[in-house]
Design a protein around this ligand. Structure first.
Ligand SMILES: Cc1ncc(COP(=O)(O)O)c(C=O)c1O
Length: 519
């Protein structure tokens, strides 16, 4: 009989095995690859020819299941076992900062917790497996989801109708400006209505979208209160004004409290008011752009309605309009015919004045399911409470950070606020960028930095409603510690990050000359 190992021996064996596994995981090396420590090899670099065949029973191969004429010979697909695939993607997921792993106060991006029930609903086989070309009569449930979502959004934001067609925020801005163009074309004034007014607090996508549609962009400087001054606006309004694009609260987190006067002035000049609804987390269920005088708007469902996003991936940007612009909405719009035995839902493409579809199929349908789940789970009252908590959390942090960083517009904000490292930079040389990097070392995602452009060395902080007081306190304490370190040992901040997988990257070069190619 072999001897039973002593308790210590078993414990040390467990430690040895654990260390071996951990070192595999941390080097990303399953086969003694030559990758430098810390890098995960590409999935194309792992595996062996024929390994994927193990997915088929009894050593049979793909060739036995598919006719020869559909098999592609020259497609260099990775050939990995299931275990290799699982490890590969699990490792990658562990190397990415996510809302599920840490606080993510990225201003203007609304990185809030996305309830898992949303994904469970989107994964129901009836939704997940439905073919996009299924005829309307076989897709009544899916069409009901789209119809209900369109209707709830119209009610919540005071618009006559929404189209779910555009794929994300900037895409929906483009749709809205095409709608504006169609509106002026119908009135015979599109040649005169050539300018779009964009306040300097707007998101960069606003002027970009206007330029893409061929409009001339007129930038409007904010007043001393960080808002649009009605008199400044009047000075640029004229017979050439097509649209005034605004977000409210603006990207300083400040509510445009003269919005009714602004809307009246734009309408008087014959222009349209466009609402960039990407900041709707600040007011959903409490105030409606339609009631403020906006004629058209978009929403970032992926932000306000709790859908995983980031890294440029999979958004959903419905566009909504007031009654006088309904005919121009992008197709399809889902309609409901009442009467008969059951309400019948249909994709309506027969809209002669429509600007047409903005993308293929029915947008990101799974996101529509997630957003509707979120709306139904919270109800009207719950959605209002969400925004109120988002506002409370932002104000709590703003006040807590008052003596840490300069707060240029130190008044009650909405869902986010802007701090500035300008005085700190003057005193110590430590910039907003350095603070952002030092936060990464301490386990927090950085706030948005250097946006909006009108505040130098700014950090734009959006805590969202889903964070606890403990998390907000820990973040404030960490920022305080970083600012103290900047005063006593600035290099410890300017050299950050030292604990992340990569140090400082050449961000300008990465943005201008991205090298995303596998070679
Ligand atoms: C205020 C504002 N407008 C527009 C957009 C553009 O949205 P998207 O990134 O979905 O295109 C964003 C992005 O976060 C935003 O914050």
């Amino acid at each position: 009989m072999p001897e039973t190992p002593a308790k210590e021996t078993r414990a040390s064996e467990v430690t040895r095995l654990t260390n071996a596994v951990t070192s595999d995981v941390s080097t990303g090396d399953l086969r003694g690859s030559t990758q430098p420590a810390g890098q995960v090899p590409l999935i194309f670099e792992t595996g062996e020819t024929g390994r994927a065949n193990r997915y088929f029973p009894n050593g049979r191969s793909l060739e036995e299941f598919l006719p020869a004429h559909v098999l592609r010979g020259a497609l260099p697909l990775p050939d990995n076992s299931e275990l290799e695939v699982v490890r590969h993607f699990t490792k990658l997921s562990q190397r990415t900062f996510s809302i599920d792993t840490g606080f993510y106060p990225l201003g203007s991006c609304t990185m809030k917790y996305n309830p898992k029930v949303n994904d469970a609903m989107a994964n129901l086989p009836g939704f997940r497996d439905l073919h996009p070309f299924a005829p309307d009569e076989l897709a009544q449930g899916a069409l009901a989801v789209m119809y209900d979502l369109q209707s709830y959004l119209a009610e919540l934001f005071g618009m006559a109708q929404f189209s779910l067609n555009p794929a994300a925020g900037a895409h929906a801005e483009l749709a809205a400006l095409l709608i504006a163009k169609a509106h002026f074309a119908k009135r015979g004034t599109s040649k005169e209505r050539t300018t779009v007014i964009v306040p300097d607090t707007a998101h960069g996508t606003n002027p970009a979208s206007a330029a893409m549609v061929g409009y001339k962009v007129v930038s409007l400087k904010s007043d001393a209160r960080g808002r649009v001054g009605v008199e400044d606006l009047r000075a640029v309004l004229g017979p050439d004004t097509a649209v005034c694009m605004m977000t409210n609260p603006n990207t300083l987190g400040l509510f445009e409290d003269r919005i009714h006067e602004i809307a009246a002035a734009v309408h008087e000049a014959g222009g349209l008011m466009y609402y960039d609804g990407a900041n709707a987390n600040a007011l959903m269920g409490n105030a409606r752009p339609g009631d403020m005088g906006f004629d058209l708007m978009h929403l970032n469902l992926h932000k306000t309605f709790s859908i995983p996003h980031g890294g440029g991936g999979a958004g959903h940007g419905p566009v909504g309009v007031a009654e006088h612009l309904v005919e121009f909405l992008p197709t399809p719009v889902v309609t409901r015919r009442t009467g008969g035995e059951q309400p019948a839902y249909a994709l309506d493409f027969e809209r002669p004045a429509s600007i047409g579809p903005m993308r293929s199929f029915w947008s990101n349908f799974a996101h529509a399911v997630r957003a509707l789940t979120y709306i139904l789970a919270n109800g009207g009252e719950g959605l209002g409470e969400i925004s109120r908590l988002a506002v409370l959390n932002a104000n709590y942090l703003r006040v807590k950070l008052r003596d840490v960083l300069e707060i240029p517009y130190d008044e009650v904000c909405r869902h986010e606020f802007v701090a500035s490292a300008q005085p700190l930079k003057r005193a110590t040389g430590v910039r907003a960028l350095d603070i952002a990097k030092a936060l990464l070392d301490r386990g927090f995602h950085a706030p948005t930095i250097y946006f909006p452009l009108l505040v130098p060395e700014c950090l734009m902080i959006e805590p969202t409603e889903t964070e606890s007081k403990e998390t907000l306190d820990a973040f404030a304490a960490t920022l305080r510690a970083i600012v103290e370190a900047a005063r006593t040992d600035p290099e410890s901040v300017t050299e950050a990050p030292v604990r992340t997988l990569v140090g400082r990257l050449d961000e300008t070069r990465a943005a201008r000359q991205p090298n995303l190619r596998w070679s």
